[in-house]
Design a protein around this ligand. Structure first.
Ligand code: SAH
Length: 240
């Protein structure tokens, strides 16, 4: 897969795209990144990329010309162009999985008060990472990249992300590692039992418990079996 990014601050991407799992995925050729400075398409001697908003008001707005010049060739080459924007569809696990299946993404990062409205005509979709406003689209783009690249085949083991929170519709069960007892906090004995069936049952039950306690809204769309429903009833009644 290839991911291109359009930004006024390319330096923000250097560390994250080189580090840990994402960096290794790039090194292994599983994903290819291109980070492009929008200033290269800036206007005039000062390479201007923003201007005052028509109608007045605070802040600056990114002009359309540099964004069109940068993005149109990629779009013509088949990239799916995504504008990072608080008004976009919310990034959730299902969207990350959908984007991970695309061969080529181009992420557009706004700054200041955002982009001229006409830029929306050359993007395929708009994505928000949550209901708050950041100073620029670079961190949102990195969030999208991180969420998407880890789902690209062979970046991490499928078994690892398939069990993660949200993938199954539930929050993940509690995880433990050594030592067996720490500050009088023991590891649940079933995890030391070596009995895989019981470990699986315990994990499913704890995932259901955690989801019921913290995110009951997720249970409405989770795929649940009869056993799961029995466990949920039991847990709900025990809490009475
Ligand atoms: N005036 C705009 C916010 C501009 S913030 C508004 O009220 O909607 C500047 C840029 O940061 C945006 O163009 C966008 O690219 C990025 N940004 C800020 N918050 C974001 C969020 N929650 N999700 C995705 N991108 C965001």
């Amino acid at each position: 897969m290839r991911i291109d990014v359009f930004t006024l601050f390319p330096e923000l991407f250097a560390g994250p795209l080189r580090t840990s799992i994402i960096g290794r995925a790039a090194e292994a050729g599983l994903v290819e990144f291109g980070v492009h400075d929008l200033r290269e398409h800036g206007l005039g001697r000062h390479r201007s990329v923003d201007d005052y908003p028509y109608g007045g008001g605070a802040g600056m707005v990114m002009r359309p010309e540099p964004l069109f010049a940068a993005v149109e060739p990629l779009r013509a080459a088949g990239a799916q162009v995504i504008l990072m924007d608080p008004a976009g569809e919310r990034l959730i696990d299902a969207l990350a999985r959908e984007l991970a299946a695309a061969p080529h993404l181009a992420l557009v990062c706004g700054r200041y008060e955002g982009v001229d409205e006409r830029v929306r005509t050359i993007v395929d979709r708009e994505v928000s990472i949550g209901d708050y406003v950041l100073t620029g689209g670079e961190l949102p783009a990195l969030v999208v990249i991180d969420a998407v690249v880890r789902l690209v085949p062979d970046v991490i083991q499928a078994a690892s992300h398939e069990g993660d929170s949200f993938a199954s519709g539930l929050l993940e069960y509690p995880q433990y590692t050594r030592p067996e007892s720490f500050r009088d906090l023991p590891v649940p004995p079933v995890l030391l039992s070596g009995h895989h069936g019981e470990v699986d049952r315990w994990r499913r039950r704890e995932a259901l418990r955690r989801t019921l306690e913290r995110r009951p809204d997720l249970l409405e769309s989770a795929e649940l079996g009869d056993d799961d429903r029995r466990v949920i009833d039991e847990l709900a009644n025990a809490g009475d």
